[in-house]
Design a binder for this molecule. Structure first.
Ligand SMILES: CCCCCCCCCCCCCCCCCCCCCC(=O)SCCNC(=O)CCNC(=O)[C@H](O)C(C)(C)COP(=O)(O)OP(=O)(O)OC[C@H]1O[C@@H](n2cnc3c(N)ncnc32)[C@H](O)[C@@H]1OP(=O)(O)O
Ligand SMILES: NC(=O)C1=CN([C@@H]2O[C@H](COP(=O)(O)OP(=O)(O)OC[C@H]3O[C@@H](n4cnc5c(N)ncnc54)[C@H](OP(=O)(O)O)[C@@H]3O)[C@@H](O)[C@H]2O)C=CC1
Length: 498
């Protein structure tokens, strides 16, 4: 019998960020392994013209929840969506809902955050810091609360090289920043942001660090743990391999490379690619929820959910495997044949951006314009290059994260729990994982049918022929111009002909 699964039985669980990437996998695993849990409260905002109920139904009826619908047919009744906006005071939760949450909640998983790297500092502080503070305040009024689990990121201290499972202080107190945001106007925030952020590369990592400080300072008597995942990727094993549903992190890059837009990227091939599958993160999260509630550690424990020190893989190896998977499983509607490489040289990067990214996009836009269609490729390419520039920081460095607490927790689990809630990343076979990842991007993110693979391969052959034709024509024109202007070139030409 799994102790962790049994622990969540009969519990009322509150999840923020439940509609996000991690949140969905968390609900799925909870419902599948503990179908007798009492209720999962999820704080959701209406979005893109969808009501709360529509958003929840979309999640429950998705492919990800296929197994849950079998194991727990009344899953609809288990999930109770509560209208909430974490940017508002008291999260804009109605009085009745708030009363229910305060009196019933046993466990909180706080996943909600803005993960955009370039969010305005005011907005990032609001969601990643102030909302965390408010949630802690709510938690302090919950008599039945057993554990509060905060999801942070392994990159909250990416300004350091070696990171231990401790909270590092930021130079300015989060409370001061929260207060200042109320009276600073946007112009002042823009001016002061770089000074506040110091050596943090973006508002996301900086505000996640502030969020951790808030957790530490406002924890009071609460039973709290913090989880720091690195770059969260597609599912490894559960509920099935390769599930992914957004363009964040490596996902967008895999799409861009597979469709032939991305040809070169500034990266250190030997830098550690600290990817961690989303189901591994969720297994650790559930184990931490159990451990924190049952063993009540004296201090707030931090758990690194990273792969680099246990089972390292570098960007070079990962990139090669991604490209070789495209050979077997190509994406549809490719712009060019997938062929990308990593380069560390700045001049080469500028050259490749001009020749391999911008020039083909411009040529294609001219073609669209000549055929009476709206040019769009240059815009898309500029967006891609901007995204790459934001990710570059993370693919040109390596970090070392210590994982004592995570390893301690692993040893505390029964063999049954180690199997059901497996977060031992040493068992991960990278080549197999990456192949499933690329396949998952194709199937679940791009929603492409596997039956279309022969057609996609044919399309790539056509692109290859166009490429050869284009290069031949280009070479002939260049040679012709050279012959017209250079005696040496003419002599070489006559010699070859003769
Ligand atoms: C051998 C070579 C082989 C090569 C093969 C390749 C190998 C693979 C390995 C490669 C190395 C991987 C490195 C990973 C490093 C990750 C580090 C993470 C570390 C921290 C982890 C964390 O702790 S936390 C999660 C991370 N947090 C994000 O990762 C958010 C990032 N992100 C943004 O911060 C915003 O995204 C940002 C960028 C500002 C733009 O912002 P922006 O406003 O310009 O654009 P938007 O994002 O709003 O997107 C506007 C519209 O473009 C659409 N779109 C977006 N990308 C698209 C795309 N690639 N292809 C098509 N379409 C795309 C989108 O779907 C929207 O479409 P629509 O308008 O229709 O809705
Ligand atoms: N993905 C990754 O690579 C990593 C993620 N993390 C951390 O994991 C956590 C989850 O990330 P992930 O699932 O990827 O992020 P997503 O962007 O997929 O999900 C964010 C969630 O937060 C919710 N949210 C955002 N703003 C509000 C708001 N104002 N009110 C209510 N809900 C809101 C979103 O709701 P809505 O659907 O309405 O937008 C969504 O459910 C974050 O704390 C992140 O820092 C850490 C390391 C890596």
């Amino acid at each position: 019998m799994s102790m962790i699964a049994a622990f969540y039985g009969g519990k009322s669980i509150l999840i923020t960020g439940a509609t996000g990437f991690l949140g969905k996998v968390l609900i799925e695993k909870l419902c599948r392994t503990s179908p007798d849990l009492k209720v999962i409260y999820i704080l959701v905002r209406p979005k893109a013209g969808h009501t709360l109920q529509q958003r929840v139904s979309q999640i429950i009826n998705s492919k990800l929840f296929e197994k849950v619908r079998e194991v727990c047919p009344n899953v609809h009744e288990k999930i109770r969506a509560i209208s909430a906006d974490l940017n508002q005071n008291d999260f804009a939760i109605s009085k009745e809902d708030m009363q229910e949450l305060l009196s019933c909640t046993n466990i909180i998983f706080h996943c909600a955050a803005t993960v955009r790297f370039d969010d305005h500092l005011r907005h990032a502080v609001q969601l990643n810091v102030t909302a965390t503070q408010q949630l802690l305040f709510m938690a302090s009024q919950m008599p039945k609360l057993e554990a509060f689990i905060h999801i942070s990121t392994a990159f909250s201290n990416c300004n350091l090289k070696h990171i231990d499972e401790v909270i590092y202080p930021c130079s300015v107190e989060p409370k001061k920043i929260i207060d200042s945001m109320e009276w600073w106007d946007d112009a002042i925030v823009d001016e002061i942001a770089p000074k506040l952020m110091g050596d943090w590369p973006n508002t996301y990592t900086y505000t996640k660090a502030l969020g951790e400080m808030v957790v530490q300072q406002e924890s009071g008597n609460l039973n709290i743990a913090i989880i720091r995942p690195s770059i969260v990727g597609a599912t490894w094993q559960e509920p099935f391999p390769g599930w992914v549903d957004n363009l964040n992190g490596p996902n967008g890059m895999i799409v861009a490379a597979g469709r032939g837009f991305l040809r070169a990227i500034r990266a250190s091939p030997l830098a550690v690619a600290d990817l961690i599958p989303v189901d591994t993160v969720i297994n650790l999260t559930l184990a931490v929820g159990w451990y924190t509630a049952v063993h009540r550690p004296k201090s707030t424990l931090i758990y690194h959910c990273t792969s680099g020190n246990l089972n390292p893989c570098n960007w070079g190896k990962m990139g090669c495997q991604v490209l070789s998977t495209f050979e077997k499983i190509p994406f549809e509607k490719a712009f060019r044949r997938p062929h990308a490489d990593f380069t560390a040289n700045t001049i080469t990067v500028h050259y490749r951006n001009a020749v391999s990214h911008r020039a083909p996009a411009m040529i294609y836009d001219i073609y669209l314009w000549l055929t009476g269609r709206k040019p769009r490729m240059t815009k898309l390419m500029n967006r891609l290059l901007r995204t790459i520039s934001m990710l570059e920081y993370f693919i040109n460095r390596s970090w070392e994260w210590s994982t004592y607490n995570t390893e301690m927790l692993m040893s505390e689990l029964s063999p049954e729990d180690q199997r059901i809630f497996n977060f031992d990343v040493r068992q991960l076979n990278w080549l197999e994982y990456i192949e499933n990842y690329v396949l998952g991007v194709k199937k679940y993110l791009l929603k492409e049918d596997m039956a279309g693979i022969p057609e996609a391969k044919q399309h790539l052959r056509r692109l290859q022929n166009i490429y050869y034709l284009f290069n031949t024509v280009f070479f002939l024109i260049a040679w012709r111009l050279l012959i017209a202007r250079s005696q040496i070139a003419r002599n070489v030409w006559f010699f070859i002909m003769w």
